[in-house]
Design a protein around this ligand. Sequence first.
Ligand code: ATP
Ligand code: MG
Length: 235
Amino acid sequence: MPTIVFASPKGGVGKSTSAVLLGAELALKGAAVTVIDADPNKPVSDWARRPGRPANLIVRADVTEDTVIDEIEAAARRTAFVIVDLEGTASMMVAYAISRADLVIIPTQGSQLDAAQAAKAIKLIRQQEKAFARQIPYAILFTRTSAAIRPRTLHFIQEEFRRYGAPAFDTHLHERDAYRGMFSFGGTLESLNSGQVSNLDAAIVNARAFATEVIGMLRREAQPKAAPAEAGAAG
Ligand SMILES: Nc1ncnc2c1ncn2[C@@H]1O[C@H](COP(=O)(O)OP(=O)(O)OP(=O)(O)O)[C@@H](O)[C@H]1O
Ligand SMILES: [Mg+2]
C-alpha cells in the first residue's frame, strides 16, 4: 500500500542503495514489496538479476514519464509496499512520482553541496503539495556517514535542516562495504557472508534500524490528524 519514493536531484547520494536496502528488509519481514526502477540506468534491475532476490520482492523497470503514475497505482494495489528509485535529476518523472508518495526519502551525504541539492528536492515536494492539494511527508536520510565519528560539518548541516523544519531520520546509513557488496554479489545483506564483505553484522543492524524508522514514520503519517481546536468549540 504505502509508496516510498527516493528522490534527490543530486547523483550518487545513495538513492538506489537505500531503496534496495529498504526493499530487502521489508521483504525479509514477510511483506510483498514492489521496487519501481524508474532510473533509465536501471541499477535496481541489475541488482535483481543477480542471485538472491527475495521472491516476495518484485522489480518493475521500463517505466516512463507517461507510465510512472499508473505503475505506482497498480503496484500499490498488488503489494504491501511500493518503493520508487528515481534518477538523480529533476524531471517530470520525479515530479509525478513525488505526487503519489506517502513518504519521500531524500538521501544526502554530509556535505554542504549535497545539502543544497536536498533543499531543491524539498522545494519540489512543496510545489507538488500545492499542485495536488495534499501533504507529502518527507525526511532527509544521511548516507555514507562514518559510524565512528560525526564531523562538525555534518553536525552543522543537521542543525540547518532542523532550523528549516526539515525532518531527518535519526538513523544514518553509514558508509559500509556490505551496502556495495549487495550490488556485486546480489541478494540481501542476510544472504551475504562475512567472507564477501566486512562488518556485515553492523551493516544489518544499521539497515534494520532504518527500515524500522521508515515504518514508524509511515504509521505516524497514516494516523488521522487532530481536528483543529475550533471544531470542538463550534457546538
Ligand atoms: N551507505 C553506503 N555505503 C557504501 N557505499 C555506498 C553507500 N551508499 C551509496 N554507496 C555507493 O555510492 C555510489 C552511489 O550510490 P547510489 O548509486 O546508491 O546513489 P544514487 O543516488 O542512486 O545515484 P544516481 O543518482 O546516479 O542514481 C555507489 O557506488 C554505491 O555503491
Ligand atoms: Mg540511483
